[in-house]
Design a protein around this ligand. Structure first.
Ligand code: RP5
Length: 155
């Protein structure tokens, strides 16, 4: 993530990865404030054994795109909701990559963070049958949890 302030959003990705038993690391790497750290992180990622990178940032959110510029690993971008523009700035900064350097862009905020984790797990599951089964189980659990009829909040 680009800042400590992004952790409130990106922690939802980390929690989902933990729930699915996917080993992961969490790092603050700012495209603007720590450009050298970003270069070192992204260029060294594959050699360290990373398979997918989830990059979340807000505002002028260059982190996912610059990360994708430095590595050919799959990069999933999570637009963090900004105060000024409610994350529209983050979304447009991340999603409009020029042809040739892809970033898989998710929804703004918590939903995007959760789905980035699920998508990362789905990518890893193509070569990990046990993880694929855990993903299927999570989907089934989610389906089971949906009531047929709504209840009033007071009930
Ligand atoms: C971006 O600027 C970060 O990803 C964060 O979403 C935003 C604001 O950062 P802080 O000023 O809260 O550190 O680079």
């Amino acid at each position: 993530m680009g800042s400590q302030s992004d952790w409130a959003t990106l922690r939802h990705a980390a929690e989902m990865l933990t729930r699915l038993g996917v080993p992961h690391e969490t790092r603050i790497v700012s495209a603007h404030r720590t450009p050298d750290r970003l270069q070192a992180y992204a260029t060294g990622a594959r050699a360290r054994g990373l398979k997918v990178i989830i990059a979340g940032a807000g505002g002028a959110a260059h982190l996912p795109g610059m990360c994708a510029a430095w590595t050919a690993l799959p990069v999933l971008g999570v637009p963090v909701e900004s105060h000024a523009l409610k994350g529209m700035d983050s979304l447009l900064s991340i999603v409009q990559m020029p042809a040739g350097i892809p970033v898989g862009t998710l929804a703004i905020g918590r939903a995007g963070a959760v789905n980035a984790a699920l998508l990362a797990a789905a990518i890893l599951a193509t070569a990990d049958p046990a993880l694929a089964r855990r993903l299927d189980a999570l989907r089934a659990e989610q389906t089971e949890a949906v009531a047929m009829e709504p209840t009033d909040p007071a009930d």
